[in-house]
Design a protein around this ligand. Sequence first.
Ligand SMILES: [Zn+2]
Length: 476
Amino acid sequence: MSKILVGVLLLLLPMVMSADRLVRIPMETDNDFCQIQEMGYDVTAGSREENWVDVMISERFVNETLHQYPGARLLPREWSELLPQTDSNEMGFYYGPNENALFWAELAESNDMVDTPTSYGTSYEGRDLNYIRISNAPAGAPSILFTALTHGREPGGNSVIIDWAQWLTTEYGNDTMATFILDNAQIYIIPIVNPDAYEYNNPNGGNQRKNMNYDSPVASTGIDLNRNYSYQWGYDNQGSSPDPYSETYRGSAALSEPETLAETQWIDSIQPLGGFHYHTYGGYLLYPYGYNNSPTPHQATFSSWGNQMAAQNNYEVGRCGEILYDVNGDAVDWSYGATTHSPMLFFTPEVDDDGFWGSQNDTTAIVTNNLECRFMNKLLCMNLLSTVGIEEESSTGLEGTTLNLVLGSNPVSAVLSYTVTGSVGSSMSVLDVTGRVVAAPSDGNWVVPEALQNGVYFLRADNGNQSVSQRFTVLR
Ligand SMILES: [Zn+2]
């Protein structure tokens, strides 16, 4: 074979390997679900409740699979593949690796609250692993962390985080919540946990989920970073795989990969209260434990916050094992369970994207996903800050105010007690963090209804001329 021909074949190789398609298969029973997983399929999303599962398969097996499962359907090509872009965009409406670098550098340049991207380590192929800090809070303020692209083919989470940083910095000083969050917390962001795979997927399409460690322990196709964290690593072979060729290969040892080792050491150094490890896709909000589907001691908080955060987007909320399947060695279990720090309240949102790359040319879908997740980001920050006793905020009324509102206790567990002075004819209302009126207390010893889930609210007194409000937290 001539050298030129070998060269051509090598150039073609990544394109041949990336010719994968997503197929949606209807599931009748839980058993079907388990069977699919045990057959070694790359299960990318699914729902026991809605009885479907998506699998990623090589294009040449598509017809066979469609034949095998009546009712199965082939999903659009752009869901599983980054199509060649006709304009100068790296990855359509997603932010590619270079576009990310530019975005974060410019944000830091133009805004005093944003630190220049800083390296916390080096990837397998030698790229910088970067974090960004955004804050106007005093030193020592609590940290909250947002990460994305642990899996290299999931740009939807990166898009959400970029929108979040833009919103925080643009709305600071205008929006009370953006201001409150940046005045009281240090927001940390890792926009790309797995930069090697993201780079590999750019620009002509690829589907690399794992990292780019092709050496260890045998020539393989990388390690699934989200099975490589040290808490309950390798607990069983269902929640992660010992097979180097599997998409959920956990690696030869816990934290064997530079990406997970550097990230966990750095997270331990900033000790966040919690945060989101963003993934795509399917529309779920997952919390620990993933490894054996058992509740953590914080189950009530996870469940309550989760349901509240998913109130707008209807994401399915629960432990991974309830919605899909058990997962061991993942980032939320490590964040909560590792003994190197106290429990951090992390969730994994699986952004409701169209497959992995489905919104590449659909800006409307991306904007919708970003908005839905922005709501969750705000609420998570407010809830996390309420756990460390950040002072309640009060707003004075309009000019010449005579209204004064004092809360009996905060946080509130069962009865909201308050007094209003100068309140001739004032009406009381409770607003959620989005400003919707969710209740109308009848008197100063108001029994908080069960329907009001744990979270942050505002009590407002309004007499037609003036209004005054106090922030409070429901924590049962
Ligand atoms: Zn993922």
